[in-house]
Design a protein around this ligand. Structure first.
Ligand code: NAG
Ligand code: NAG
Ligand code: NAG
Ligand code: NAG
Ligand code: NAG
Length: 283
């Protein structure tokens, strides 16, 4: 290889490296300008608007607009609360909303409080809700949500999960028990089944964590603290009663049977005796 060729080779390499660096800088610049325009909150809220239906949406459509929406204007928007230029709260309870919860809810990455309770929402709880790492309060109670409870294991700071009065089915994910900050948990009045995760029922020291009121109204759910209620239909007293009752009945039945049998054999015996005495020659 000649010296000249070697030099041009290294020059080529340098040019390529430089180009790559320049491209990288341009791309990262583009990304930073991107995030200042939309840090995810706008697309999150738009996707929610798109997936909601019903009377309440009209108001949201006229309200959730304008320069600086959602977190860079002086205007407050219905149901939204921002802090540090991020959407922290979405509170749309009792807004007569129908339709579904968009999975793009996860783009509201700083979301801490989501209250969509007391609407007529259907569909499943998107698994993406469980990926909101800053979620602390979730209230989806009093809707028509179905499907399974998603995995919340990334939402480690969650204090409140209220899903009562929906149509949720399947079993309660065991790892919900690992959410140590949980102070309110309510899945009552759904269609859940299977065992209650022990870590939700009992504290690590063996005391009561969430009592029966968090779990009641699910016909297929069992285990402490519901066990007593499951047995309620057939309490010990009832079982003893049924046992005694059936025992008495069989006693009465067999006693009557024996009596009848005795009567019949007695009568037959008497008749036989008569016959015999008739047949017997007079001695
Ligand atoms: C949205 O509604 C709030 C009150 O809920 C009001 O203060 C605000 O001005 C409204 N904004 C728009 C853009 O309509
Ligand atoms: C917010 O409101 C204050 C006073 O009401 C005003 O001085 C300021 O210019 C407003 N900022 C924006 C971005 O509208
Ligand atoms: C959830 O919302 C319902 C209906 O709006 C309300 O009754 C309930 O108290 C709320 N749950 C919590 C834990 O705040
Ligand atoms: C849970 O707590 C209750 C009440 O303190 C207790 O009766 C029950 O044995 C505990 N269960 C377990 C598995 O620790
Ligand atoms: C169950 O716990 C709730 C609070 O989490 C409490 O208000 C309620 O009285 C408790 N019910 C029973 C039967 O202990």
């Amino acid at each position: 290889m000649s010296l000249g060729l070697r030099i041009t080779r290294s020059l080529q390499v340098e040019v390529v490296v430089l180009l790559c660096v320049a491209l990288g800088v341009i791309r990262s610049l583009a990304q930073t300008t991107d995030t200042t325009v939309d840090n995810g909150d706008i697309s999150c809220l738009q996707s929610l608007q798109d997936a909601f239906k019903g009377e309440g949406v009209g108001f949201l459509l006229t309200n959730w607009t304008g320069d600086g929406f959602p977190c860079k204007s002086n205007v407050t928007y219905a149901g939204l609360f921002c802090s540090n230029e991020h959407v922290r709260d979405i509170d749309l309870r009792s807004m007569k909303l129908e339709g579904e919860i968009s999975p793009d809810i996860s783009k509201c990455s700083a979301l801490s409080n989501l209250d969509l309770s007391d609407n007529q929402l259907t569909g499943v709880i998107p698994i993406q809700i469980g990926q909101l790492e800053q979620l602390s309060k979730l209230n989806l109670s009093f809707n028509n949500l179905y499907g399974e409870i998603p995995d919340f294991s990334k939402a480690l700071f969650t204090n409140v999960i209220d899903l009562h009065n929906n149509d949720l089915s399947g079993s309660i994910p065991t790892n919900l028990g690992y959410l140590l900050r949980l102070t309110t948990f309510d899945v009552s009045y759904n269609d859940l089944s299977g065992p209650i995760p022990p870590l939700l029922a009992n504290t690590t020291t063996g005391g009561v964590r969430f009592n029966a009121s968090s779990f009641e109204g699910n016909s297929g759910l069992f285990g402490y603290p519901l066990q007593q209620q499951m047995n309620h239909g057939l309490s010990v007293l009832a079982i003893v009663g049924i046992g005694l009752g059936s025992g008495m009945l069989s006693l009465i039945v067999s006693f009557t049977a024996v009596c009848i049998w005795l009567r019949v054999t007695e009568q037959r015996g008497a008749a036989e005796e008569g016959k015999i005495s008739q047949l017997m020659p007079e001695s």
